[in-house]
Write a protein that binds this ligand. Structure first.
Ligand code: NDP
Length: 287
């Protein structure tokens, strides 16, 4: 028999999770703050609880997928967590995850944190590439791994309960840099007779090729020698930044997305690291 479970939260992501578990034959109890969102899931076989506390009482395995940390606290405020296994799939900070774990323990429950690396259409679709980072108790994870693997792949990243959130947010932060670079690139061409749709595959190929350099950065961080394999040294890169900035000016494009990183590169160069790659910018950030 398939493990029965409770899911709190039927937003875009919660509803996708619910459908994956229902589709795989798991008995599912759902709750959502706004009741009308439960109707489609009820029609698909979910049991609807009137309150979050009732939903938590229905199953020992309880999954939350709510807007943010505050909404999880609010939803679970009057629920009895004694003997419950709580899996939080709400995007949160490492500190929030650690505090929620402590809060759950104090109320008699076990806690596992998760960070979803997927968008709703990837949920419940085998080989979609989507997965969830998990961290916290390894035995808790092992107990429920088969159920947790139904909506998306699972990657356990450590017994520090904050690590799932940290991995999640680190990847999202890298995406933020990529998105700003893409925005600037499209802005540069926008006034010209270059079709965005023709430019897009060039961007994809270039970003993919440059992403292959990430392991070199990791190797430099591990060795502490930022000159190893630095085919593009900082002195050359900073000189090149002037060309990037002047092009932005010629094209009538604000360079505000570009300058924060460029300023750090210039500071690192001024500190005498012109023969290294730009990895030393990381040292400036963590000090
Ligand atoms: P939605 O905005 O679609 O849904 C938010 C959910 O949180 C709703 O169920 C909403 O209830 C509920 N909620 C908000 N505030 C409260 C509160 N104070 N008390 C109780 N319930 C509350 O968000 P998603 O479903 O898309 O996202 C849920 C989580 O999943 C987030 O942490 C998000 O970061 C994460 N995630 C989402 C991804 C995505 O692409 N969508 C990708 C990866 C992670 P109500 O219906 O009553 O408003």
């Amino acid at each position: 028999p398939k493990t029965s479970l409770t899911l709190l939260g039927l937003g875009g992501m919660g509803a996708a999770l619910a459908r994956a578990w229902l589709g795989a034959g798991h008995p599912l109890t759902v709750w959502n703050r706004t009741a009308r969102r439960t109707a489609p899931l009820a029609a698909e076989g979910a049991t609807v609880a009137g309150t979050a506390a009732e939903a938590v009482a229905a199953n020992s395995l309880v999954v939350t997928c709510l807007l943010d940390d505050a909404s999880v606290r609010e939803a679970l405020d009057d629920a009895d967590l004694t003997g419950r296994d709580l899996v939080n799939l709400t995007t949160s900070t490492p500190g929030q995850a650690r505090a929620l774990a402590q809060w759950t323990r104090e109320r008699g429950g076990r806690f596992l944190d998760g960070g979803i690396m997927a968008i709703p259409p990837m949920i419940g679709v085998p080989d979609s590439g989507g997965y969830v980072f998990y961290s916290g108790s390894r035995s808790f994870f092992d107990d429920h791994q088969r159920t947790l693997a139904v909506p998306a792949g699972t990657r356990f990243v450590g017994s520090d309960v904050g690590f799932a959130a940290l991995h999640d947010v680190a990847l999202l932060s890298a995406m933020s840099g990529m998105s700003s670079g893409v925005a600037h690139a499209f802005a540069l061409i926008h006034r010209e007779e270059i079709a965005p749709k023709d430019f897009a595959p060039l961007l994809v190929d270039w970003l993919t090729a440059m992403a292959a350099l990430v392991p070199l950065t990791a190797a430099q961080l591990e060795s502490g020698d930022y000159t190893v394999g630095a085919d593009s040294n900082l002195a050359m890169l900073v000189a090149g930044n002037a060309t990037l900035l002047r092009t932005a000016e010629e094209q009538g494009v604000s360079a505000e997305l570009m300058t924060p990183y460029m300023d750090l590169m210039a500071r690192r160069l001024a500190d005498g690291h012109g023969d290294e790659s730009d990895t030393g910018v990381i040292d400036l950030l963590v000090r």
